[in-house]
Structure formats: C-alpha cells, structure tokens
Design a protein around this ligand. Structure first.
Ligand code: BGC
Length: 383
C-alpha cells in the first residue's frame, strides 16, 4: 500500500532549497577518473515510474554521490540516475568516491557549495557523513539516501532502496526450496558470508536470510561446521571479493580439507559470492554447493550460466533511479513525496520515510526474461 507523507519541516526546507538551488549556476565539476568495473551501457529507459517527474527541473542541479566505480552496480546506478535526471531537465553533478570516505565527504561539500538543489547519496560508510550533511541541512538542501541508509543524522529527508530484508529472505527461500528442507532430514553443511558492517543494508540482508533459515538450523537440518555465524564474524569489509575469498579459504582448509561435504554457501551479494566461488575453485573438490548472490552483476550471471553460482537477486537499478528522479521532482515542486514504508528504517534520529522497490529472484532458468528481454543486458554482455 502506498502512503503519502508530507512533512511541514521538509516543506520549509524545500522552499529554502529552491531558493538556494535557483542561485547556483556553476558548472558541475568533472566526474572522477576512477577506473570503472565491467559495466554495460545501462539502458536509461526507465520502465517503472508510473508518472513522469514533475516539471520542477529548470535550472536545478542535482548532486549524485556514488561510492565507487569498482563494483558494476554503482556504475549502472550512476549512469541511470544521470540519464534520467538529464532527461527530466536537471543539471547533474555525478561523483564517484573510490570507496574513500574522505573523498565522498569532500565531493558532497563541493556539491553543497556549488549550488545543488538536492543531494542523492549512496554512502560508503553509514556513519561518516553526519558532519558534512549538517552543512546541507543548514543550507536547506534536501538529502535522499540512495540504496543505503545514512545513519545518525537528521539531515536525511527520504530513503529509496530495495526491500533489503526481502533480498536475504529470497536467498534463504531458494536454499529451502532447492534442498527441500521441509522434507529432507539433512543435516546440510552451510557457511555464511555477509556484507560490509559499515553498510546499513548488510544486517538487513543477513537477518532476512538467517531468520528465514533459523527454524531449519534449530531443527538440526542446517549446521555450520566453522561455527562462524554471528554477523560480526561473517561480515566482509567493503564488500571485497578478496576479503571474502581469503576468509573462505581459511574456512575450507580448517573444516573441509578432510572431505567434509559443503552444501550451502550463503553469500549476501555478488562481489562476496565471487570471492567464495574463487575459494571453492582452488580449495574444494566435493560436490559443488548451492551458492547465492545479489545484484546480477555480469560476471555472476556468467557464472550462473556456467553452474558456479546458483542464484542471484535482481535489483533493477533503472527502477530505483526512476523512483528517485520522481522523488527529486516531488521535493522540488513541493508536492507530497511518494513513499511506501514509514516504519522500517530508523537512522538513529527517527524513521526515515522510504520507498522500497521489489527485489526479484534470478537463476539460470529466468535470467533471459529478466535481464535480456527487459533490455538490462544484451546477449553479448553475457558472453
Ligand atoms: C547494495 C548491494 C551491493 C552492495 C555492495 C549494498 O549496499 O545494496 O546491492 O551488492 O552494497 O556494493
């Protein structure tokens, strides 16, 4: 059910923002030259926005701060945001921060000082932006947290993301269905690889998966031979493939070198899943386990086709970008901003009104329809 939220406080800050925004006419700084991960030319056609963004764009500049070009998805998010905002008539200052928190802070400072009317930010680290965003708040610039919630600052007006808990629950349901856990006795051996503890999404993915699997763990149908199960223990700093790989190599050599069968590798996303797959290729000779992921990155879809990854969760970045462009327009024209969740995401200063897009299950049987027929990738991208 979609609810509409209008905050008096925000309305005041939007008026201030509009004034600030009208004043700023500087040219956007050149985007960083950070080298990009493999990424297709994202299809900027937005399939999802059910209404066009309001015509509030004239002369307005939107700052879009993305974490890194190292992972494919952020290149697509950035490209989609830029294309859709420009199509709606905005000037865009798009910056990537090389996964360096200080770089992101200074890029945001520049956006504030150069007259951006709205900031859209995918944070590298959830707690690192409080100080710089004080500046946005005092300048009356509304802030949308993009994909990742920014914590412990009251400068955040809205949050747009995918249903992060459902991402993890979808991975778990795949495991339950594939192993027929309601009927099979098990026990099945599982190892868990979670995301970056500095990313507020990571515990949502982890909890969505682990809470869905908990009844089967309690029943002894799933066991974790390494004993590594707490979020703090299974996290992967910066979502790094290398970190995930070296941790999995240690787990394999300590627990599976004697021929113990590994049945399930629960991996929160595709970059960590790749690390786990690399570790399996080099250090494991038993029957290949179920391996989960998230994002449908090209390398991972290729691995799904090759049988090295069982599933991924598809989050259509075009849909998220379309929703955020719509939010930007609604904010700048003083309309009610469309949200569909006003209970889940408390950033430490209160619940942030959120719009959650739907994540979708993907595997070797449906990837063509989901990814190619929808124009997200071409056949050639996946060869
Ligand atoms: C995103 C995931 C992504 C991960 C690593 C998370 O915040 O929601 O889609 O895989 O960051 O970049």
């Amino acid at each position: 059910m979609k609810k509409k939220v209008l905050s008096m406080v925000l309305a005041a800050s939007m008026m201030a923002a509009a004034l600030v925004g009208c004043g700023g006419g500087e040219t956007a700084p050149a985007a960083t030259t950070e080298p990009a991960a493999e990424a297709p030319a994202a299809d900027a056609e937005a399939p999802a926005a059910d209404e066009a963004a309001p015509a509030a764009a004239t002369g307005k500049k939107v700052g879009v701060s993305m974490p890194t070009k190292d992972l494919q998805r952020w290149n697509q998010d950035g490209a989609n945001m830029q294309a859709q905002l420009e199509a709606a008539g905005y000037e865009v200052d798009l910056q990537y921060a090389s996964n360096q928190e200080e770089t992101q802070v200074s890029q945001i400072e520049n956006m504030i000082n150069s007259g951006c009317s709205v900031l859209v930010i995918a944070a590298i680290e959830a707690n690192s932006l409080s100080t710089v965003l004080e500046g946005a708040k005092s300048a009356g610039i509304p802030v949308i947290a993009y994909d990742r919630l920014i914590m412990n600052t009251d400068a955040i007006n809205y949050y747009a993301t995918f249903d992060n808990y459902k991402v993890g629950a979808t991975q778990a349901q795949y495991i339950i269905d594939t192993l027929d856990l309601d009927n099979a006795a098990g026990p099945f051996n599982m190892e868990v690889t979670a995301g970056d503890p500095g990313d507020n999404n990571a515990p949502f993915f982890y909890n969505g998966a682990m809470e869905t699997l908990q009844p089967y763990i309690d029943a002894g149908k799933i066991v974790i031979p390494s004993g590594q199960v707490d979020f703090a223990t299974v996290g992967t700093a910066k979502w790094s493939t290398e970190n995930a790989q070296s941790r999995m190599e240690n787990i394999l050599s300590s627990n599976y070198a004697d021929g113990t069968q590994l049945d399930i590798c629960l991996c929160s996303n595709d970059s960590t899943s790749l690390g786990v797959q690399n570790a399996l290729a080099a250090n494991y000779t038993g029957n290949y386990p179920i391996v989960t992921g998230q994002d449908c990155d090209i390398a991972n879809v290729k691995n799904m086709i090759a049988g090295k990854q069982s599933m991924s969760v598809f989050k259509d970045t075009r849909t998220l970008a379309a929703q955020v462009v719509k939010m930007v327009g609604q904010i700048l024209s003083g309309e009610e901003v469309e949200v569909n969740d006003t209970t889940t995401y408390d950033n430490g200063t209160g619940v942030i009104p959120s719009f959650l897009c739907e994540p979708v299950f993907a595997d070797v049987n449906n990837y063509k329809e989901l990814l190619i027929d929808s124009g997200y990738y071409t056949e050639a991208d996946l060869q």
